[in-house]
Structures are given as C-alpha cells and as structure tokens.
Design a protein around this ligand. Structure first.
Ligand code: TYD
Length: 208
C-alpha cells in the first residue's frame, strides 16, 4: 500500500520569497519523479479561491480580526476537504504556500490577542498540522519592497505597513521556538538557489 503523503508548508512575511521557494521545491520533486502537488492559501480549491478575493483585495480595515479568522478557516476547511486530504491519501507530497501558521501569526498575534481563539477554532474545524514547515525569514524593509513591486492588486496585508511586518516577523520567529521539531527557520536573504539548497537538505530525508 502506498505510504500516506507528507504535508509540507512554507511560511513567512509578505515578500519573503516563500512562493518562489515552494515552487522551486515543487519543480525539483516533480522533475525527480516524486508524486507531488503544489497548492496555496488562502485558496487552493474553487471555493477557497473565491473566499481569497474577499480577503486579499480592498481596504486594510475591511474586516475585523474575528471575521477575517472565520473567512480564513472557511477557506482552509474547503481546501483541506477538496485538495489537501485527497492528495495525501493518494500518497502525494503536498507543498502548500501558507497554512494555519499564517493565521496564528497574522490574526492571532498581531492585531489583537486572539491566539487562544485561533487555536480553538483550528482544533475544532481543521485539526491537521503539517509534517514540516519552512519559515523563511527576511528583513521586512527588503521583503516589503519586493512584495509591493509585484503590484498584484492583492496588497491588503502589505498595506498595513512596515511596523505590522516587523510584528509578523517576530511572530514567525516565535513559532519556530514554539514548534521546534516542525518549524524550521530558513535565512531568506541569500540567492533563491542557495535558499532552495538549504530547504532541500532539510526536506529530502523526510521523503526518501
Ligand atoms: P499570500 O498569497 O501568500 O501573499 P504573499 O504571496 O504576498 O505572501 O497571502 C495573502 C495574504 O493573506 C498575506 O498577506 C498573508 C495573509 N494571510 C493571513 O493573514 N492569514 C492566513 O491564515 C493566511 C493563509 C494568509
């Protein structure tokens, strides 16, 4: 029987390079004949992609932190049911650009002290943790200019500004201490190829 697949997530502040890195890892695994799926949050299923638009477009103050948390969890539940769990059942490695750690940091640790609520909701409605998470760390000034340069129209979170990104960075660093076995800290300031090599060295022992 095929071994159940591994669930791998990439996390970090806006513009840290996690999307580039998650795609590089996806391509590397695919090119080396590993069964693999790339997906992202918010999004990753039809319904969750629709919810994504509500979350990433519009004014920074469009939603309260509580409403935002519910929307992220609604999107995540659909994504889990329709994309992530079926792929893991098929034995695929799932590479996901952001997952519940983003909610812990963005909604739980920064705008209000909502972390306990975030955890309770996660346990009730999601209940799944990745096997391994790469937290890509970067200086917020550099990351923010990268993110806004893309001009994607999805800048609602970038638009909260630099102090918010500083808080997020601290939140992600704290997660690597809270979950040291699962969350690996990666220095994202090097070239994409060098960062990819660091990540590969940590991931491949889990997959081979
Ligand atoms: P993402 O598409 O990863 O943006 P980027 O590639 O610019 O990092 O995520 C969109 C935004 O949603 C991002 O600013 C982080 C935020 N977010 C949360 O606040 N909570 C969450 O649970 C998730 C998954 C994302």
């Amino acid at each position: 029987m095929a071994q159940k697949g591994r669930f791998i997530t990439f996390e970090g502040i806006d513009g840290c390079g996690k999307s580039t890195q998650s795609r590089l890892m996806f391509k590397f695994l695919r090119d080396n004949a590993f069964p693999v799926l790339w997906t992202r949050e918010p999004g990753g299923s039809d319904g969750a992609e629709q919810i994504r638009k509500l979350l990433v477009e519009g004014e920074p103050g469009r939603w309260s932190a509580e409403t935002e948390m519910l929307l992220f969890n609604a999107a995540r539940r659909d994504h889990l049911e329709r994309t992530i769990l079926p792929a893991l059942e098929r034995g695929e490695t799932v590479i996901c650009d952001r997952f519940a750690d983003s909610t812990r940091v963005y909604q739980g640790a920064t705008r209000q002290d909502l972390r306990a609520t975030v955890d309770a909701l996660h346990q009730l409605m999601i209940g799944v943790e990745p096997d391994l998470t790469f937290v890509i760390d970067m200086e917020p000034t550099a990351a923010l200019s990268r993110g806004l340069e893309r001009n994607s129209g999805e800048d609602r979170f970038e638009d909260f500004g630099l102090p918010f990104q500083e808080k997020l960075r601290a939140g992600f660093l704290a997660l690597t201490q809270e979950f040291p076995d699962r969350c690996k800290l990666i220095d994202g300031s090097d070239t994409p190829a060098a960062v990819h090599a660091d990540i590969r060295a940590l991931l491949m022992p889990l997959l081979t």
